[in-house]
Each structure stands twice: as C-alpha cells, then as structure tokens.
Design a binder for this molecule. Structure first.
Ligand code: CA
Length: 642
C-alpha cells in the first residue's frame, strides 16, 4: 500500500500511558502483521519477564492493556511485517528510556518533577525582539576543570551558582546571568545515538554535538548523573530548566526532526518501515540532511509526530523556544501548524530555524520552510546567513574577508542585516550577497549572528583570514562584528564563549572533536576581561534602548534612515526620533569596516554625545562633540546620541 493511503490515527495517546491501576500501550503500524510487547525488569540487561501480543484495532493502531501498577519496568516493541520480525526497539513515542535508549521505561512522569515545578514560570518576555539568544552545548560549559563546576558535563552543571575560574571570576550560570542574555539555546538535549556517545562508558572521554537523534521525546542520558535509570535524566533536565527560569533565563531546545541518526535501524523504520522518510524515484532514501535520510514532514503521521513532540517539550518540560535544525527540509504547512499549536500553549514561545538543507530534496522548493519562504511562515524566524557572511566572509571560503576586515561591496548586505531582512526603501537588494529580496515580514523573523557552533569560531576565522593582523586588530574586528549583531534590528544570537574570544584551535566543525577543542576555557575570561565586559555592556545597551529592537517592520522603515557616505565600507544611519519610545531622541550609528579612520558629518540638529566609541560604552556619554564632524577609528563602531 502506498504510504499516502495508510490509515491515520489522530488520537494523542500513542505510546505508553501509565496509570496506577493499568498501563495502556498503543502503537501505530498499519502494515504490521503482528506486534509483540516485552517487559523487562532492567533497562539494558536480562531476559523479558513477560511477552504480550498487541491486538489490532482501527486506523493502523495496535494495543494492549496491562493491569496493575507497571511503574519502573522497561519495555520493547517488535513488529512483524512482510513475514519478517524487525528489531526490538522502544516505541517512537517513548517518554523515558534506559541505558543507550535500548528499552523504553514505564513511569509516572509526575515523580520526575523537581520541587516547586508546579509553580515554575517562564521569565517575562514582552516582544520577540527583546530576545537575546546564547547558543550553548551542555558539556562545553562545565567539563573544563577551570569551570569550578562539580557536575561537569551534566544538566546539573547548569544549576550551580557561586562557581569560579582559577582567577576567581564567575563561571557557568552566574556568568551567563551577568552577561544579560535572555535565552539559553541548548544544542541537542534529546537522546542521541550510542554510536556518538556510549552512555555505558561515561568514565571515558567522549564528545558529540548530538545531531543524530534516536529518541525525540527523551533527554540525552550522558548529561544525567545516571543514564541507567530512565527517570533521572528527566528529573535533572527539568531541574536545569527550572533553575534557569528562576534566574530569569528562558530555555530553547535545538530540535532535529529532519533526519534520524540511524536509517534502516531507526525506531521509525523498525516500527513503520519507510513511512517516516522521503524516497527518491528509485525508492532509495533521499538525503537532504546529508546524514543518510530525511524525514517526510508532509505525511500526516510524521507531521503529527513532530507537532506532538514539540508540544510535549513545551508542556512537560516548560521549554520556551525551538531552534529547528535544517528547517528547509520540513514543509511550510508543518511549521505553520507547529507554530499555531505551540502559540496556543503560550504565545511567547519563540521558533526559529535554519532556512536551508544540506542537500537536494524531492519536496518542491515552493513547499519547503526555507529562508526565502519565511514570509509564508507564521511566527517562525530564520537565520540570516546574509549578514553572517557579509560580516566575516563566506563560511565556505576560509580566507575570505568580510565587512569587518575591510572587504568592500558588502555594504548593502550589512544594511539588509541592520534592517532585519524586512523591506526598507534604502536597501539596494540587487547588491545583497545572497537574497535579492527581503524575506522577513517582521523583524523578529530574522536571527542576526556572526558565529554559531557550525564552522570556525569568529576568533579562529579571523586568524585564518587575517594571518598578518595583530591580536589587537583582530579584537577590534570581533568587537565590530558583535557590535553590529547587538545593535541591528531582529533577534541577536551569540555563540557561547564569543564574549571571551572563543577558540577551537582552528578546528572547523568540531562535532566529535575532544573536550580539549570544544570546552570553554574559563581562564580566557580573565585574559580577555575587557572584551567580556564590552559585550556585557553592549547587551545592556540593547536592553536599555528599545530603539535597537523595534517590534515591527513599519517602525523600522519609519525610523531608520541611512546617511550618504563618500567612503566604501562605512555605514552611517540614524534611528529616530524616540523610536519605539526610546528615551534617546536621535541615535546615530556608525560602522567603519576600513582599517583606517574615517570622518563623518553628523545630521544637523543639537549637540551629540558619544556613548560608544569602539572601546567603551557609557550611556550617559563619553564625551560631547563640539563640531558636527567626527573621526571614527578603523575597524570600529561609534554610537552618538543627540
Ligand atoms: Ca543517548
């Protein structure tokens, strides 16, 4: 039977449904001939203590009811199809698993709640454009001994306060809180494959980013203090989320529904062979993920699965946002339905994704949630590679320079970034590097960034593209890039550690590099404390001044005016007057990407105070200008206030 003729089941009770007097299992597998459920007393070893044949019901559902309290037992399902028994796996809807995700676990989820969970609240957020994202790998934060964090590499490492580096400066949660970001965006925290990190060998150093999903509705075991007990990782992840919330920080999960880590052996393929994936005309798996397969979000039960999973994290774990990996693989309709479902739970949940794929897909471009189609997405944002690469050069050409180190011709791309990819009359779209038209309806739909976990850190990139530049000059370049990111409209995104000039020693995609490459070096905070303090002040400047985070495209068009300059690589614009109810009347922002000083004549008006001069930020004014002409040093920004 073709996949689109499979009967569908619209109930929300697929998987394990525990209650004190019975547990009901429901598995959707329309082409199965038989399904067995096995119970175990342990999550990874020992023989089955009971084997049950599931009964076929309507709509492709198989079901069994086990009487009595089954709490604490582990289980697998096994499907017979085409006369062949497939592998034993947990079901795709599993909410808890044992060691390395081999078996599902029956549990009472309320028992995994930390104390006070019922009153846990999402920190206040008025507008999406108030968000400042901080992208963090759980292990990187705390695995270095110089973090001073006891629960090294664990969810609980995010909950420790009072931790210090070897020179006594704050690390971990205290550091993030002092920096002032509003959201911590966690690299994959769902359960990923044992082939990347073996949960039975946590005494040995292992590392992975985690972009190889195994169980979508379960936290990763290696981040827990005991991956063998399926309840522990759930409790500890909730504890981390609750602690971040108590400290005023929201939590975003990186979700990877676009592919599964395994292909033939995946839970999806062992329960409903082929259905969850797109195929090429010859029947082979298509591979827009570059990882061997891509899921088929346009199919009813795949779409339903993705939406229910996101809702589950938002409701059960109080997750505040989702970063959708390779969102361009998913269809627009799925993303819009997910957005509607999540915003019905809480309208402040923030959803954004990578508006591209890592290969070609059989799904037509017009249906896919790519960056160019962002205007068809409802309350979903996309990453701006336009601004990212305009700042530093293409990520695919490691020695190419960008605006911050003197390459000309990128001015319109930077302006495109400043105006958050919304339509603005003064941007010449024919000269924007990648997008020849605005793609965001509203500014919150654009994620503004210079660096993320992929590719080189900006600091390493500057070493590659400017081998002859002094460290002092490279610091100026990074400062300029971060100033542009944090003063542009849209939603700024920082890769954790940028504030201390993070290096991975030149390693580009460090997804399985050792801790020594990936971990934070907290002593860099001491070494580059002035830089860290500048970034903290930049974040404060953005938070204090709504002019830098206008909520609507109309407001941006009305209030941002670019001024003529005679020099290339020099961008001057004013924001005014009292844009977005700012207490500053007129703000003039200057970005000088040239190596030498440039002079700018300010708009006629009153007197101007310099509040940001490339080395420091003083909101009450560093100095007052007497002449309307101001010199802006090379590779630096300046902000003046009338
Ligand atoms: Ca795992």
């Amino acid at each position: 039977m073709p996949f689109d003729q499979y009967p569908t089941y619209l109930g929300t009770d697929l998987g394990m449904n525990w209650s004190v007097d019975k547990t009901i299992f429901k598995l959707w597998s329309p082409a199965a001939q038989a399904v067995k459920l096995r119970l175990y007393s342990n999550g990874s070893t020992g023989k089955a203590i009971q084997t049950i044949d599931l009964q076929k019901k309507d709509n492709g559902v198989w079901e069994a009811t086990l009487s009595g309290n089954q709490k604490g037992k582990y289980y697998t399902v096994q499907v017979q199809q085409g006369g062949k028994w497939l592998a034993e796996t947990p079901d795709a809807y599993a909410k808890a698993v044992g060691l390395n995700g081999k078996r599902g676990m029956i549990l009472d989820l309320t028992e995994t709640n930390p104390t006070g969970w019922a009153t846990d609240k999402r920190p206040i957020q008025k507008q999406f454009t108030d968000i400042i994202l901080y992208e963090l790998h759980i292990r990187d934060l705390s695995i270095n001994p110089n973090s001073g964090i006891k629960n090294a590499g664990k969810f609980l490492g995010l909950t420790e306060t009072g931790t210090k580096n070897t020179k006594g400066l704050s690390t971990g949660l205290d550091h993030i809180k002092a920096l002032g970001v509003t959201h911590v965006h966690l690299l994959p925290a769902f359960d990923y494959r044992h082939t990347s990190v073996d949960e039975s060998k946590l005494d040995q150093p292992q590392y992975n980013w985690g972009y190889d999903p195994e169980h979508y509705n379960v936290p990763e075991g290696s981040y827990s203090t005991n991956p063998s007990d399926g309840a522990v990782r759930i409790h500890e992840f909730k504890q981390a989320i609750k602690t971040l919330h108590e400290n005023g920080i929201r939590v975003v999960m990186d979700v990877v529904y676009n592919h599964t880590g395994a292909t033939e052996g995946s839970v999806f393929n062992q329960t409903v062979p082929g259905y969850y994936y797109r195929q090429n005309a010859d029947g082979s798996y298509s591979n827009a993920s570059g990882c061997g397969n891509e899921t088929a979000s346009e199919r009813t039960m795949v779409r339903k699965y993705i939406i229910e999973s996101m809702k589950y994290w938002a409701q059960e774990y109080h997750i505040d946002g989702f970063r959708v990996d390779l969102m361009g693989i998913h269809d627009i309709e799925t993303m819009n339905q997910a957005s509607a479902a999540l915003h019905a739970i809480d309208p402040t949940i923030y959803i954004y994704g990578e508006g591209w794929t890592a290969g070609s897909s059989p799904l037509p471009d017009s249906l896919r949630a790519t960056k160019a189609n962002t205007f068809k997405l409802n309350q979903v944002a996309a990453f701006s590679d336009d601004l990212r690469d305009a700042l530093k050069g293409s990520v695919f050409n490691h020695t190419e320079k960008g605006f911050i180190n003197g390459r000309t011709g990128l001015e319109e791309s930077i302006k495109f970034g400043i105006t958050a990819s919304v339509q603005h009359p003064q941007v010449d779209y024919s000269k924007v590097n990648y997008s020849k038209a605005p793609w965001a309806k509203e500014p919150y739909q654009t994620i503004t960034y210079a660096e993320c976990h992929d590719n080189h850190t900006l600091w390493d990139r500057l070493t590659l593209s400017c081998p002859d530049a002094s460290e002092e000059d490279r610091i100026k370049m990074q400062k300029l890039a971060m100033t542009i990111v944090l003063t542009s409209q849209g939603v700024p995104f920082l890769h954790a550690g940028m504030e201390m000039l993070r290096t991975k020693n030149g390693v580009e995609n460090s997804f399985n590099s050792p801790d020594e490459i990936n971990r934070f070096d907290w002593d860099r905070k001491t070494k580059y404390l002035a830089f860290n303090d500048y970034v903290r002040q930049l974040i404060q400047l953005r938070k204090n001044h709504p002019a830098f985070r206008m909520p609507t495209a109309d407001m941006i068009r009305r209030n941002i005016k670019f001024l003529e300059t005679k020099d290339p690589n020099l961008i001057v614009y004013q924001i005014g007057l009292r844009a977005n109810n700012d207490n500053w009347t007129r703000i003039v922002v200057i970005y000088n990407g040239n190596t030498e000083e440039k002079f700018v004549t300010l708009p006629k008006g009153g007197t101007y105070n310099i509040v940001l001069d490339g080395t420091q930020i003083v909101e009450t004014g560093i100095k007052t200008l007497i002449s309307p002409k101001v010199g802006v040093p090379g590779m630096s920004a300046m902000i003046l206030v009338e």
